[in-house]
Ligand binder design. Structure first.
Ligand SMILES: Cc1cc2nc3c(=O)[nH]c(=O)nc-3n(C[C@H](O)[C@H](O)[C@H](O)COP(=O)(O)OP(=O)(O)OC[C@H]3O[C@@H](n4cnc5c(N)ncnc54)[C@H](O)[C@@H]3O)c2cc1C
Length: 450
């Protein structure tokens, strides 16, 4: 149903702006669009095991489609050519991200995990670590990876620049040639025992890029981003959370770190203050900007479903979409989607030009990433909600997929600090810095875990 009709305004060749990319780069987005139509659209329900949540079907579909994306080369797209990657520009990756999310935002997020961890190692110029991980990223086998940020005392707190990372309670202490890590991370995904990521289509897990502090009182200077191998001793996992969406694409569990010992070289940042910059810009900020592209692709998928439905659904003998009220609704949806797209592309282009816009971690750039994600999330909310009203009960039915997109957009809006944190970070960039009260009271409630 979704791709039964052609809409020029929604075609990669027409919707992506040549000011930001070349014809060849748009062709890559077109290739992903075709892959999605052929391989993902028919399996969207299988990706969560169908209405009855058949775990075996879900995991098999998930791993198989992910392996096909690895074959296409999508996971190695931001790894420079010197390491065997494709070295594609951030704008192309975002367009491909949008197209993939039109099919399934969970798969796009899985692919994004690899781009995410590569971006940290590139930002820290860790040639040694890039060489260590590259063979598994560019090889034929597929691997997933995880970034562990959120803690029991509040994910949004950790992402609040005014707290200057003093709320982090995952503590890394140097001991001989190692880092010894203690703490508790909640919700990171995909995570869990290594066997969960080993199947006929998947080889394994690259491990956990974990936000730690060497001492909370040091604030930004204490931040350490540390890689923990997937089978490290001292790491225990809870059962996966049962969730509204992202059922198996993001196996979310709690991780308990009890004297986990990793070699010193696995601390990604190498200079004072660099860990804080990487977490602000590459973990949180650019994570939000990637979310904006995904939410735009998801919104387009929802619009296509509603457009097609409104063509066939007649209201007193006339296609619904030709009646002025509903034509107006569809135009409104398009308006939001087009603006969300042009804005995230523009901000992504600005990321490629720090010589003009400044470092990636300035409050001004963080404000832009947050504006892109929050606007795209409002767009997705608007399109899914109004689209469902237009489709009536069919929109509410599992069979027509719109409700899937409605379930999936919500967490993409809420993670990495959420809608409220986005607004506060925009305000920080506009007229900050400002601090909240209450931090002293918070500090008294928590003692470092060692
Ligand atoms: C499917 C899924 C995937 C996830 N993936 C990951 C992952 O890969 N890695 C990871 O580390 N985590 C992950 N998370 C966790 C997620 O990022 C956090 O839940 C989220 O950032 C909010 O943190 P919290 O739940 O602790 O909410 P809280 O911090 O308790 O906040 C609740 C709400 O209050 C508001 N709020 C609270 N404090 C502040 C503040 N200081 N500033 C502004 N607003 C505030 C926010 O609106 C927030 O939404 C995932 C969660 C889900 C459901």
């Amino acid at each position: 149903m979704v791709h039964e009709e052609y809409y020029k305004l929604l075609d990669p060749k027409f919707k992506y702006t040549r000011a930001f990319c070349t014809e060849d780069e748009i062709q890559m987005a077109e290739t992903m669009r075709q892959f999605v139509n052929k391989e993902i659209m028919p399996h969207r329900q299988d990706l969560e095991g169908g209405w009855h949540r058949d775990e075996e079907l879900a995991v098999e579909t998930q791993h198989e489609l992910y392996a096909k994306l690895v074959d296409l080369g999508v996971t190695k797209s931001n790894l420079p050519e010197t390491y065997g990657g494709l070295g594609l520009s951030p704008v192309v990756r975002q367009m491909v991200n949008e197209e993939l999310s039109r099919g399934d935002i969970g798969l796009a997020t899985m692919v994004g995990k690899i781009h995410w961890i590569v971006s940290f190692m590139l930002a820290a110029k860790r040639d040694d670590l890039l060489k260590e991980f590259a063979p598994r990223i560019v090889g034929d086998q597929s691997y997933t990876a995880c970034v562990a940020i959120t803690e029991p005392a509040g994910g949004a707190n950790l992402e609040d620049p005014a707290q200057e990372f003093r709320t982090i309670r995952t503590i890394a202490k140097e001991d001989g040639g190692d880092w010894v890590i203690n703490g508790h991370k909640i919700w990171p995904g995909p995570s869990g025992p290594l066997e969960r990521f080993q199947s006929k289509h998947m080889e394994g897990h690259l491990g956990y890029w974990t936000v730690c502090t060497t001492d909370p009182s040091l604030g930004p200077e204490g931040v350490a981003l540390i890689h923990i191998p997937p089978d490290a001793k001292g790491m225990e996992f809870s059962k996966p959370y049962e969730k509204m969406g992202f059922c198996w694409s993001d196996d979310n569990v709690d991780i308990y770190l009890d004297n986990v010992r990793v070699p010193k070289r696995y601390r990604i940042d190498t200079e004072p203050g660099q860990g804080a910059h990487i977490v602000k810009a590459y973990v949180i900020g650019l994570g939000r900007l990637a979310g904006a592209a995904r939410l735009t692709g998801l919104s387009q998928a929802a619009l296509e479903i509603v457009l097609n439905s409104a063509k066939h659904r007649e209201i007193v003998g006339q296609p619904m979409r030709e009646r002025s009220l509903f034509a107006n609704h569809l135009a409104e949806m398009f308006r939001y989607i087009e603006l969300a797209r042009q804005y995230y592309l523009s901000v992504t282009w600005q990321v490629m030009h720090p010589e003009i816009y400044g470092a990636h971690w300035t409050p001004e750039m963080i404000a832009k990433y947050s504006a892109a994600r929050s606007f795209a999330a409002d767009c997705a909310k608007f399109v899914c909600n109004l689209g469902m009203e237009m489709m009536g009960s069919y929109g509410y039915a599992y069979e027509f997929n719109l409700e899937k997109y409605m379930r999936d957009y919500k967490i993409t809006q809420m993670w990495l600090g959420g809608a409220q944190r986005d607004r506060l970070d925009i305000a920080q960039g506009l007229f900050g810095p400002f601090k909240w009260g209450g931090f002293e009271a918070f500090e008294k409630t928590l003692e470092p875990s060692n």
